[in-house]
Design a binder for this molecule. Structure first.
Ligand code: FES
Length: 191
């Protein structure tokens, strides 16, 4: 009946010093994605048995399991890195490969969904020719969705290469992608 996930000292709610510092806002010039991951870690109270949930969050936020973030997860959840890697490699739904050259992640958590996340996705699909959950044929853009990136007050939220686009409209998101250098799909490759 034991939880099939990780168990070492699961269940205990014990923020690490690093977590406490992050929660206290001592994380200086953090990448916005790191802050989002911090929020996710806080949401699961740094529980070791939430490892899979946290790995999902890493993949949602970064588009893949960034090894640097896996080390952070191991540290924050007080798990051996080998354990984190073992779980990450066991499940095929996790990927270690960065996706497109640019990554657009639209949060589809409840707060964002009710504020029109689906319209954001539809706009990117339409304007940039990339189906949700996929990478464009030319490899330039991946369009992903995340469940909640922990910035509900800014809903609807999207990330363009890790940069937060809060209270996003379709126009804002398309402009952010344009600014990031994502051009329209050029005919070439597969036809
Ligand atoms: S639901 Fe989108 S940030 Fe929380």
């Amino acid at each position: 009946m034991a939880d099939q996930r990780t168990t070492p000292t699961a269940g205990a709610e014990r923020p690490t010093p690093a977590a406490k510092a992050a929660a206290a806002g001592n994380g200086a010039a953090e990448d916005p994605r790191e802050k989002m991951l911090t929020t996710q870690l806080k949401m699961v109270r740094y529980r070791a048995d939430a490892l899979i949930e946290v790995l999902h969050a890493v993949q949602d936020i970064y588009g893949f399991l960034d090894p640097v973030q896996l080390l952070r997860v191991a540290k924050e959840l007080q798990l051996p890195p080998s354990r984190v890697l073992g779980v990450a490699t066991f499940y095929h739904l996790f990927t270690f490969e960065p996706k497109g050259e640019h990554i657009c992640t639209v949060c589809t958590g409840t707060a964002c969904f009710v504020k029109g996340a689906d319209e954001l996705i539809a706009a990117v699909e339409r304007e940039f020719g990339v189906p949700e959950g996929q990478t464009r044929e030319d490899g330039v853009l991946s369009l992903l969705q995340a469940r909640c990136v922990g910035a509900c007050g800014l809903a609807p939220v999207a990330l363009v290469d890790g940069v937060v686009v809060g209270k996003a409209s379709s126009e804002m998101l398309l402009a952010a992608l344009d600014k990031a250098g994502v051009g329209p799909m050029v005919d070439g490759g597969a036809s």
